[in-house]
Design a protein around this ligand. Sequence first.
Ligand SMILES: Cc1cc2nc3c(=O)[nH]c(=O)nc-3n(C[C@H](O)[C@H](O)[C@H](O)COP(=O)(O)OP(=O)(O)OC[C@H]3O[C@@H](n4cnc5c(N)ncnc54)[C@H](O)[C@@H]3O)c2cc1C
Length: 347
Amino acid sequence: MNYGIVGAGIMGRLLAWQLAKRGDSVTLFDRDKIDHGNDNGLAAAYTAAGMLTPISEAESTEAEITTLGLRSLQLWPEIVKQLPQDVDFHQRGSIILAHSNDRPELLNFRNHVARTPAAIERVTQLDSQQITELEPELAKHFNDANFIPGESWLSSQACMSVLAKDLQNMGATLIEQAQIDNIESGQVEHQNQTYKFDCVIDCRGIGAKPDLPTLRGVRGEVVLLHAPEVNIRHLVRLMHPRYRIYIVPRANHHYVIGATQIESSDTSNITVRSALELLSAAYSVHPGFGEANIMHTRVNCRPALPDNLPKITHDSGLMRINGLFRHGFLLAPALAEKAIHLLTNAK
Ligand SMILES: Cc1cc2nc3c(=O)[nH]c(=O)nc-3n(C[C@H](O)[C@H](O)[C@H](O)COP(=O)(O)OP(=O)(O)OC[C@H]3O[C@@H](n4cnc5c(N)ncnc54)[C@H](O)[C@@H]3O)c2cc1C
């Protein structure tokens, strides 16, 4: 089959890669450059912290996200194995912490996750001895925590770049810096040229708003720190009544601190308030962050539908996949699997 995919964010790119692996002919369009190396591009995917954490997320999402996320957690290791380069993928698990004054937040976390039985059975409680064994530098400040083995993360920038390279290796056609505003069943128009396909797949994220009017952007801000005085090996989430953060370890003492969640499609630079909140909360987890260098800050909008759930629609010759909201990396493998099932059964 011959597929035209519009939008080379994580959804379009991973689906293109899966289809190309099966031997289908794939053309991938994006308004941006398609390979940015380890740099930043327009897609929300470049801003993502790359967390693959369906159980932690069960605290604040619907069971559907947990189910899809658990499926993706199984699929990611297989995907990573097939990629030609390292994408900084780790499966060391998440530690959920709260300061002693906020201990009820840990109980709240467990109570919320308990709404989803498949999630709560994977959460274990840690005492101070167990925290010392897992993260000695955190044990000075935290006496109890929750632990979720197997939760994973990867470098979103590396993953985007490696997928682009492998798509090229497999002979996929990449059409970059092509703003596509006219998508129809079986065809894509660009600069007076019409490209014909067996099926067109719209993965434009927030760029699909003209065709999906209820789509909205949800602003998110992250900070990358270089913190030579910090040694944290697990993904850490701080539960706090107001300033919740996550800390995602990257190579050579780099850490992604995130993220804000603001109902706005503004993508201007990070605000002082957000920077203060994220960085103060990080410093409260580990004083070594006080001496860290700020390497960069990033802002982007998560594409969300009114129910904050992902949606696949499929009619002859046109599929749309959108609404990945906070979970694009987490959900993309499971959604690609669903999409391929729909495309195959429609033949
Ligand atoms: C601060 C932040 C942190 C996040 N952290 C995580 C995380 O840890 N884990 C996780 O799973 N998710 C995370 N996310 C969410 C994740 O980034 C999104 O869910 C995901 O990027 C959505 O994927 P997508 O492919 O649908 O859209 P995008 O990644 O936004 O890609 C859409 C693509 O379509 C292209 N496009 C748009 N319009 C057009 C057009 N007209 N013509 C051609 N091309 C077009 C864009 O250039 C872009 O490349 C985070 C998001 C933010 C903002």
